[in-house]
Design a binder for this molecule. Sequence first.
Ligand SMILES: [Zn+2]
Length: 164
Amino acid sequence: MVPSESPPRFRDDLSTIYDFMDEILIRCPRCEALARVVVHPRRGVLSPFQARRLVCAECGHTRDKDSGIYAMPSADAAHMYDPYFSLPLWLQASTRHGLLWAYNLSHLALIRRFVAAELREDAWTEEGIRMTLVSRLPAWITTAGNRDEVLRMIARLESTVGGA
Ligand SMILES: [Zn+2]
């Protein structure tokens, strides 16, 4: 007898969206290839307010934003944009339920782990729990009935990044 495997379990690590803003995958405004918005290499401490740089490895396009002031997109927007340059996110897919999007692969992987888990544990029950990233995912993403469809979409989005 092989011992039965325990069901996939997810414990909320209290990540928030701000933990995934150091590197944002976008569509290059010049060549349409995968580009990145990263923390500006020469300025200050890590924070959402730090200056940013857009870098495209494909065409060499760069763009700086001295102020790290950002605008968070609306949760029910038809398309998602990065909060610094307002360029379209690379990792986004429309579905009949709504928009699935992520800033980067770590963000997408967190959503995947949450969706795949059959047991979801809240790490704590203080009021702050509602601010964590997974606690704020739209209901259609976390509904068990949509699990297979959502996981397929996540795999498809991951495959568009390749070895980058
Ligand atoms: Zn480019």
